[in-house]
Design a protein around this ligand. Structure first.
Ligand code: VG1
Ligand code: CO
Length: 544
């Protein structure tokens, strides 16, 4: 029986979980008692751990293994009955969500800062998911925050590291540590949703693909499923070994950070299909030969074609998108005669709708798509659904997209990010923008007329909870839209996100360069918000 220590500590300041858990510089997490304090606050917010089971895993970034050992010792000291840990403390976010649900556990801790870079000088993060497998809703994160403010001690067992490299059960005092294969259950779930036979035939018929795991957690998942199960040639999955620093890159699947894949897909040896996922495996990027599918379009295409996969053959109950995500999926929902919900940014807001059976598919413009199979967005799942659709329709990605636009019109879309902006200036900009909202409607901006402007307020249709100030949105009479919000996942200063959208019904106008098609919106955003004045920047750092 290991000794249990109660270590005196002091409350931690201002550690509010953001859009997706708590994200900080790794060095902050490594400061004395920081990880311990936040972990104890989480346990306290749950009302103690006696008799409970939790899941634990992370994306393999620097400090993942050390942090996992600390959390295990603390869980044992707090009376947890069982902790289910991915082998070597690895679990992708969707795989963790699946284990939480499948094992009917009380929740789980995911160690990840998602697409943020990793390493001693980069980022670390901790997310708490509840028993439905989804990110803690605001009521729970508020409780965790309150606990951080009144913490005076944490409990930890004095024991050596547990061997997480071998699958099986180990006792740590009264707690069982169940080390599990991080892939097996997830792979079974994917087999139950998709027509693996049809995808295998597609791949053996000469259809080629490249999946870039970006040195992050999806490498082993993609190798097992795409190469071993579906027969994609060895090497189809690239950068497949998770590295603590993601080989120095940002494991962020977008055209800016997934440069290597972009070059391949636009070069002479481009395969038919390209995809990438992020640090913790919940995001996805979809590419065809010479074509990038925006996440908003991807969600719409998946919604329109999901019935082609066995898991969705019965059709969709409804769809949901985060507010800044383009309204392309709304057009599909209208056509299908199903409900389309608009939620604030962050996957936690989809949980109630999924649990209540109101929606089957949901997604965000930030490269997240998912369904009711888990309660997280899911990168590998999105890739498999695309492959299932491609196998069923026998058309190139570019043709599927062109066909979609012909039927539903094209929602040109781009997000402009201004990173590490002075936080006070960014807040001042949003405050000024809010002030102008009441006077905007009817006013001309950059030659277009504003039809409505507001600060998005969400009232959850299931539990009635209200979330205010979820982004400023400006609608134009021609159907275009601009959204402004500040990121809740950054670790340095503020990140301003400007979301631009412009709808074109006419197929004659569907082949334009998105930045060009959005030029009037870009000008309008500057005119209405004074971006360069407040940020001191003349151009965004990242355009996706
Ligand atoms: C960003 C995205 C948001 C996403 C969140 C977590 O949040 O915009 O859509 O849900 O990251 O994704 P923000 O507040 O920085 O805009 V992940 O892959 O970190 O779990
Ligand atoms: Co992620």
């Amino acid at each position: 029986m290991p000794d249990i220590k109660s270590v005196a500590t002091t409350p931690i300041d201002g550690q509010k979980p953001g859009t997706s858990g708590l994200r900080k510089k790794t060095k902050v997490f490594m400061e004395q008692h920081f990880l311990e304090n936040f972990t104890q606050a989480t346990f306290n917010a749950l009302g103690g751990l006696k008799g409970r089971t939790l899941v634990l895993g992370g994306d393999g970034r620097y400090f993942n293994d050390t942090a996992a050992q600390v959390i295990i010792r603390m869980a044992a000291a707090n009376g947890l009955s069982r902790i289910v840990v991915g082998q070597n403390a690895l679990l992708s976010t969707p795989a963790a969500s699946n284990l939480i649900r499948k094992g009917k556990t009380d929740g789980g801790i995911i160690l990840s800062a998602s697409h943020n870079p990793g390493g001693p000088d980069e980022d670390f993060g901790m997310k708490f998911n509840v028993a439905n497998g989804g990110p803690a809703p605001e009521a729970v994160t508020e409780r965790i925050y309150a606990e951080t403010q009144r913490l005076d001690a944490f409990r930890i067992a004095e024991a050596a590291d547990v061997d997480l490299s071998r699958i099986g059960d180990i006792q740590l005092g009264a707690m069982t540590v169940s080390v599990v294969d991080p892939i097996a259950d997830y792979r079974d779930l994917m087999r139950s949703l998709f027509d693996f036979e049809a995808i295998r035939r597609l791949l053996s018929g000469g259809f080629t693909l490249c999946f870039d795991a970006m040195h992050a957690v999806t490498g082993p998942y993609a190798k097992a499923i795409l190469e071993d199960d579906l027969g994609a040639p060895t090497g189809s999955v690239r950068n497949a070994v998770p590295k603590p620093d993601f080989a120095g890159g940002h494991p962020d699947p977008n055209p800016v950070w997934a440069k290597e894949l972009m070059a391949l897909m636009t070069g002479p040896d481009a395969p038919d299909f390209g995809a990438a996922s992020d640090g913790d495996g919940d995001r996805n990027m979809i590419l065809g030969r010479d074509i990038y599918v925006t996440p908003s379009d991807s969600l719409a295409v998946l919604a329109a074609n999901a019935h082609l996969a066995p898991g969705y053959a019965g059709g969709l109950a409804g769809v949901a998108r985060s507010m800044p995500t383009s309204r392309a999926v709304d057009a599909v929902a209208g056509h299908l005669g199903i409900e389309a919900y608009e939620t604030p940014t962050g996957w936690k807001f989809f949980g109630n709708l999924l649990d209540a059976g109101r929606v089957t598919l949901c997604g965000e413009e930030s490269a997240g798509t998912g369904s009711d199979h888990v309660r997280e967005k899911d990168g590998v799942w999105a890739v498999l659904l695309w492959l299932n659709i491609l196998a069923a329709r026998q058309m190139p990605v570019a043709d599927i997209l062109a066909d979609h636009w012909r039927q539903f019109g094209r929602h040109y879309y781009s997000r402009h990010d201004y990173e590490a902006v002075d936080a006070d200036r960014a807040n001042a900009m949003i405050a000024a923008l809010r002030e102008t909202l009441p006077s905007l409607a009817g006013r001309p901006v950059a030659g277009m007329t504003v039809s409505a402007a507001d600060d998005f307020r969400y009232s959850d249709p299931v539990d009635g909870s209200v979330s205010e100030h979820q982004g400023v949105r400006i609608l134009f009479a021609n159907g275009s839209r601009i959204v402004f919000r500040l990121s809740g996942t950054g670790t340095v200063g503020a990140t301003l996100r400007v979301y631009l959208e412009h709808f074109e019904r006419d197929p004659g106008n569907h082949a334009r360069d998105p930045q060009e098609a959005l030029a009037p919106m870009i000008a309008a955003a500057e005119e209405v918000a004074g971006i360069s004045h407040y940020t001191g920047r003349t151009a965004p750092d990242v355009r996706t």
